[in-house]
Design a protein around this ligand. Structure first.
Ligand SMILES: *Cc1c(COP(=O)(O)O)cnc(C)c1O
Length: 357
């Protein structure tokens, strides 16, 4: 059997969720969209079920998968519905729903639902992706209340640059939000992971942690609270072949690496078809039998090569950690000009093995 796999540490997941709640002092919707960022949404939801105040997903397909697996409690649709005919299902499966556009508001007003919904009304406070214009926000809020179709409204917005700790933009967005919601007495939700970790003064009755649940930092630089996260996923495989090369020999496609000295090359059963980033350059950290070394040469579809020259005890069958508790996914991401979010979401073909249930 191919030795490549991703271990998912559910104990670490619970630790990170608890940390999000602790540092924010707020209720937390565990964001498990996109199959829990590649970690398996149903298993992650089950592991958090007792603890979590609720969950958040991108669309109704993801929510129904959770309900069918027996997940109870609040599930928020972060983009609401894409078509008005989802509203009866939202009612039937007792889902919470973001309203980010006026067409959604109108669809709710026109709908025939009988059980009043919980709506998270999203304001565009400056990211300019989705959300109602600040000038339209109060009227939208009043129309939702007047529709008779809505039981509760949570006020929501999203920051574009919360991962940049020196950037004033989050505070500017907060000011726009506060100005536009003045006079509305309701719960508020503003913070994703970088805002939970890095912006403690931003008010939020509800936080929406995603990437931090999986133990990866959203920041490029070190950050004190992020340092307390525990990596959840360990992507690992084994050395399946070893060769000794003299100096001056190329390794792999395109001869992107040429040995500067006599080099011991280990071949690892892991490639870009598993989701390991093809753009990770020579020098990207990997751990072999617990010791740090480097990727060399181009990543292929099913294999990649590592430098074993300074690890004389490593060889055939040695365990390789591509990312996990020793090699952080955020470090690999930075090398590959990507982000841990994308690394996790790109994971495929490797079986997921769950620990700490
Ligand atoms: C995905 C998402 C989140 C989670 O973001 P992280 O940076 O992963 O914490 C929070 N809020 C909204 C609206 C999202 O779409």
């Amino acid at each position: 059997m191919r030795p490549s796999r991703a271990l998912i540490d559910l104990q670490a997941l619970r630790h990170n969720y608890q940390l999000a709640r602790e540092v924010s002092g707020a209720r937390a919707l565990a964001v498990i969209k996109a199959d829990a960022y590649g970690h398996g949404a149903v298993r992650c939801a089950q592991a958090l079920q007792e603890q979590a105040d609720g969950f958040a997903v991108a669309c109704i397909e993801e929510a129904l998968q959770l309900r069918e697996a027996g997940i109870r409690g609040p599930i928020l649709l972060l983009e609401g519905f894409f078509e008005a005919d989802e509203l009866p299902l939202i009612e039937q499966y007792d889902l919470w729903c973001v309203v980010h556009s006026s067409w959604q508001l109108e669809a709710i007003e026109r709908s025939a639902i009988r059980t009043p919904l919980t709506v998270w009304l999203k304001m565009d406070s400056g990211m300019h992706r989705v959300g109602l214009h600040p000038a339209d926000y109060q009227a939208a809020y009043q129309r939702l209340l007047a529709s008779g179709k809505v039981a509760k409204v949570v006020l929501m917005s999203h920051f574009a640059r919360a991962d940049e700790l020196d950037c004033p933009r989050s505070e500017e967005q907060l000011a726009v939000f506060q100005q536009a919601r003045q006079g509305i007495v309701a719960e508020v939700s503003l913070r994703n992971s970088p805002a939970v970790l890095g912006w403690p003064n931003v008010p939020s009755d509800w936080v929406r942690p995603g990437i931090m649940l999986y133990g990866a930092t959203p920041f490029e630089q070190a950050q004190a609270v992020a340092a307390r996260l525990q990596p959840v996923m360990t992507l690992e495989s084994k050395i399946i072949s070893v060769r000794e090369l003299p100096a001056g020999e190329p390794v792999g496609y395109g001869a992107r690496f040429v040995s500067e000295r006599p080099t011991r090359v280990g071949v690892v059963a892991m490639g870009y078809a598993d989701g390991y980033p093809r753009h990770a350059p020579t020098g990207t950290p990997v751990a072999v039998d617990g010791q740090l070394t480097r990727l060399i040469g181009r990543v292929s579809m099913d294999m990649l090569t590592v430098d074993l020259t300074d690890l004389p005890h490593a060889g055939l069958g040695s365990r390789v950690e591509l990312w996990g508790k020793q090699v952080l996914a955020s470090e690999v991401a930075q090398q590959a000009q990507s982000i841990p979010y994308q690394l996790f979401c790109n994971l495929r073909r490797v079986p997921l093995l769950y620990l700490g249930d």
